[in-house]
Design a protein around this ligand. Structure first.
Ligand SMILES: [Ca+2]
Length: 370
């Protein structure tokens, strides 16, 4: 009998199990690694995004701070808004006609006439010598005796009695040594008159001051527009009535000119600036106190052909009373304005003076565009 066939050895199961376990382990590792890689990528991306957004929302790097614009020059100035007005008057002198429409851009203008105090700051800062303080050049005065060529200025000198009003040489005298520091001559001074308008200022002096102050002189049209204070065609800068409430609104001359000053307005010569009420724009002494230089040349018939927008004056000058002497415009009248004489304190009244001449009633105020 053949030996019994041993039963077949059952195949070993553990290597299979081990293989399956290894496979599962490897798969788990692969899955874990994939997950880890994804996680690391996500973290990296998030941190990059955070950095980017932080950069985007961070305040802009500080720009070196520029100096803020210096607007101190506007102190004491009033902004006059641009507009259209009727310039001139049909009731005044011939050179105030015709009344014509003028349109102006807005501009700044000083509230007060330039005072002695302020003018002194300019002189101290620059060492400027006014025309009245310089020795007249013999070239400009052919035939004048050399002894007469001395620094000085023209001073109002009232005559003792009544005089005809057709010869202003009677009350104007050239006084050696008169200038802005010595308004009535070498024996006078400006002590106590610090707030009074500076006088004996030639147009050249006013221009030099304006340049120093970073400003300019107003044009004649700007000056008249500003003086009217927003009112149309009124005879006075304060309105229609000459003496509202029976009170003078300007430092002019009352009484018989030029020898009797009734002083109804309180002042014989200049008054401290701002002694009377302002006009509608808040500007003081736009009538009376001192005449004020404008930038324009003077022509009596300029209004017949002046441009309607921002007129800046003619490029030439002519005064029929003194042919051959070019003159610049002055406005506003002075403490010498009399109803008997020129009534020059009306807003439309025009005055003309040689730019190298200061007088004891000539001052100015400045303007600026922006
Ligand atoms: Ca004035």
């Amino acid at each position: 009998m053949p030996p019994p066939t041993p039963p077949p050895t059952p195949p070993l199961r553990w290597p299979k199990i081990a293989l399956v376990l290894v496979a599962i382990f490897v798969l788990a590792c692969v899955l874990f690694m994939i997950k880890e890689v994804k996680r690391v990528r996500r973290i990296r991306k998030e941190s990059t995004d955070l950095r980017t957004s932080a950069l985007q929302t961070a305040p802009a790097p500080a720009v070196p701070a520029g100096k803020p614009p210096d607007l101190s020059w506007t102190n004491g100035m009033i902004w006059i808004p641009g507009g259209t007005f009727l310039m001139g008057s049909e009731d005044g002198q011939a050179d105030e006609k015709p009344v014509h429409r003028v349109t102006l851009d807005g501009f700044w203008i000083e509230q007060y006439e330039v005072t002695n105090e302020r003018f002194e700051q300019f002189i101290r800062a620059t060492g400027y010598l006014t025309v009245a303080e310089r020795k007249p050049d013999a070239k400009d005065f052919p035939g004048a005796p050399p002894g007469k060529l001395v620094p000085g200025s023209i001073v109002f000198t009232p005559p003792p009695g009544e005089v005809p009003l057709d010869d202003h040489f009677i009350w104007w005298k050239y006084v050696p040594g008169a200038n802005w520091r010595h308004p009535e001559g070498p024996d006078s001074d400006i002590k106590g008159r610090e707030k009074h308008p500076v006088v004996h200022v030639a147009w050249f002096d006013a221009m030099a001051y304006a340049k120093w102050a970073g400003k300019r002189l107003p044009t004649e049209a700007e000056w008249e527009y500003a003086s009217r204070g927003g009112q149309e065609q009124q005879p006075y800068v304060w309105g229609a009535e000459q003496l509202p409430d029976g009170k003078w609104r300007a430092n002019i001359w009352q009484g018989r000119f030029p020898n009797e000053n009734a002083l109804a307005d309180g002042y014989r010569l200049t008054a401290p600036v701002g002694s009377y009420p302002s006009n509608g724009y808040g500007l003081y002494d736009m009538a009376g106190n001192v005449w004020e230089w404008c930038s324009d040349w003077y022509l009596p018939d300029y209004y017949e052909r002046s441009p309607p927008r921002n007129p800046a004056g003619p490029d030439t000058s002519f005064d029929p009373n003194e042919p051959g002497v070019p003159k610049r415009v002055q406005r506003g009248g002075s403490f010498l304005c009399s109803d008997l004489y020129c009534k020059g304190y009306r807003p439309s009244a025009r005055m003309k003076t040689s730019p190298d001449t200061g007088l004891s009633h000539s001052g100015f105020r400045c303007a600026r565009s922006r």
